[in-house]
Ligand binder design. Structure first.
Ligand SMILES: Nc1ncnc2c1ncn2[C@@H]1O[C@H](COP(=O)(O)OP(=O)(O)OP(=O)(O)O)[C@@H](O)[C@H]1O
Ligand SMILES: Cc1ncc(CO)c(N)n1
Length: 515
């Protein structure tokens, strides 16, 4: 079966493989990766390249199993499991690197760019631990550079970036960006420059290609010594978020928001006496609080901020707002939207059938009816009765909604982003409207008091269901909400406005988040 043929049956959770060293203290390496992948909403797999004997104070010994056993582990996984993304960490020596390169050769072409159907590879060129101990045989430098042909992104820290750029350790962010550009040009990949090792009040990270900064994030520099495994955690979470959403700027923003919170909350843990680990799962635990006093909905909204930022930065949205969007792209969108709304209305009817009380039953039935009548009328006005074939993005979103319909609480959460995000995007678009705007009728429909009231009600229903749900159901509800939000991004990103104009194919949401 080809990969595309399985698109509809793919599991809703992405499979992320970490190939890294073991840190028995649990803060870095494989252990950090599995926690980070779980926190980012992925299924984690782990192939161990080396065993370290280390704690939060330092590395005492390293044991490297035969490289042939690394190959055994990799082939066992690939023979049975679908791999959506790979994060590579500590590799210890040239033999291990060569074995990994040989295996990667069998699963991807060495172009440096992942196509839509091969796993994305994020390589963290681990050379030195936070404690200062060496984790890579210095003689392995050439083999590591050779391995870069298989990577989409590398994530060196400042000292590692200096080694890769064959220069001095950068003392300023500008120098780090310059080195990252040179490395990106030499190896034809994206470099995530990380500001953790610089001084100053903020910690900046940026994805950089040969032409410069593609996207940048920043956080306050936190006053803590709990930074053991930050680099491992960052690269594993980034791999997961990219596998889920297919959009680098959003994936980086999601990762940074989470990482900053995990460092902030590291003081909740009492692990070791040196550089302590992050609190990887703090935000996940917050989402399913024991008590029910606090309103969780603002927290949900805050958590999807990076996704909203990704949507607002799409060419489709900025051009639609400015009125410069090509009619052809707008019509592509309308056709898919009409198909989507038809499916969405049918899933809302299911919510009406499943709803436990009269008010909710009426709300979902009325929303389904208004969705069919008003919104399809608007589409037909522009499109006639000609509807296109559903795109991958449309199919993927509707499949997610249908697969959420087994359980009312999960379904309610999955349906909410189409109200809430649509309202948010709509307000912004309506503010840009004027009588001469080429899409004035469409934009005016986006923001209405009636739709605001429906959105408020959908939020209230979700809050109420959440309030009465078991902790495990609350987690499933959050996940369904987040996945739908990613599908909103994939849906807006699917037109030619964003898929044709990207200068670098890696930045494009190549596929809908087929989750
Ligand atoms: N004190 C801090 N406050 C906030 N963010 C930080 C801090 N230190 C590091 N970070 C962030 O952590 C991430 C990892 O950066 P860093 O440069 O420390 O990587 P690293 O050296 O590879 O990590 P490791 O500690 O695993 O070796 C980056 O997003 C960086 O901005
Ligand atoms: C196993 C392992 N990988 C990576 C690092 C870097 O933090 C570490 N300390 N240990």
């Amino acid at each position: 079966m080809t990969h595309s043929a399985t698109a509809h049956q793919r599991p809703s959770i992405k499979n992320i493989l970490s190939i890294a060293g073991s840190d028995p203290s649990g803060g870095a390496g494989i252990q950090a990766d599995l926690k980070s992948i779980a926190a980012a909403g992925g299924y984690g797999m782990a192939v161990i390249s080396a065993l370290t004997a280390q704690n939060t104070r330092g590395v005492r010994a390293v044991h490297v199993p035969p490289a042939s056993f690394l190959t055994e582990q990799l082939t066992a996984i690939a023979a049975d499991l679908h791999i959506d993304a790979i994060k590579i960490g500590m590799l210890a020596n040239a033999e291990v690197i060569t074995a990994l390169g040989d295996w990667l050769n069998t699963i991807r072409t060495p172009t440096g760019l992942a196509g839509a159907m091969v796993p994305t590879v994020i390589l963290d060129p681990v050379m030195i631990a936070t404690s200062g101990d060496s984790l890579l045989d210095p003689a392995a430098d050439a083999a590591l550079r050779q391995l870069f042909t298989h990577a989409d992104v590398i994530t060196p820290n400042i000292p590692e970036l200096g080694v890769l750029a064959r220069g001095a350790v950068a003392a300023t962010w500008e120098q780090a960006v310059g080195q990252a550009r040179a490395v990106a040009a030499e190896y034809r990949l994206l470099v995530l420059a990380k500001g953790g090792h610089l001084e100053g009040t903020s910690c900046r990270d940026a994805l950089i290609d040969a032409t410069g900064v593609l996207t940048e994030v920043s956080s306050p520099r936190l006053d803590t010594q709990n930074t053991h495994g930050t680099g491992c955690s960052l690269s594993a979470a980034l791999a997961t978020h990219y596998a889920r959403g297919g959009h680098w700027p959003t994936a980086l923003a999601q990762t940074k928001t989470w990482l900053t919170e995990a460092i902030t909350r590291s003081d909740d843990l009492r692990v070791g006496h040196g550089h302590g680990p992050l609190n990887h799962l703090a935000t996940l635990w917050d989402r399913a609080p024991e008590g029910a006093g606090e309103d969780p909905m603002p927290h949900w909204w805050e958590e999807i901020t990076p996704i909203l930022t990704g949507i607002n930065q799409l060419a489709f949205i900025t051009e639609l707002s400015a009125g410069t969007l090509a009619l052809e792209h707008f019509e592509d969108y309308l056709g898919q939207d009409a198909l989507y709304l038809r499916g969405y209305a049918s899933v809302m009817s299911k919510a009406s059938a499943l709803a436990p009380d009269e008010a909710a039953r009426r709300f979902w039935a009325a929303s389904a009816a208004s969705c069919l009548e008003e919104e399809l009328a608007l589409h037909r006005g522009r499109l006639g009765n000609q509807l296109p074939e559903p795109s991958t993005a449309t199919d993927a979103y509707l499949n997610h909604l249908s697969s959420s319909a087994h359980d009312y609480p999960v379904l309610v959460a999955a349906l909410l982003p189409c109200f809430w995000i649509y309202q948010d995007v709509g307000r912004r678009l309506a503010a840009a409207n004027h009588p001469e705007h080429p899409y004035a009728d469409w934009l005016s429909n986006y923001a209405s008091e009636e739709f605001d009231a429906l959105t408020r009600e959908a939020i209230n229903i979700t809050r109420d269901v959440l309030h009465h749900a078991e902790p495990s159901t609350r987690v499933s509800m959050w996940q369904a909400f987040e996945v739908s939000s990613l599908h909103e991004l994939g849906f807006f990103a699917q037109t030619g406005a964003d898929t044709e104009q990207q200068s670098d194919p890696v930045l494009t949401a190549q596929k809908a988040p087929a989750i």
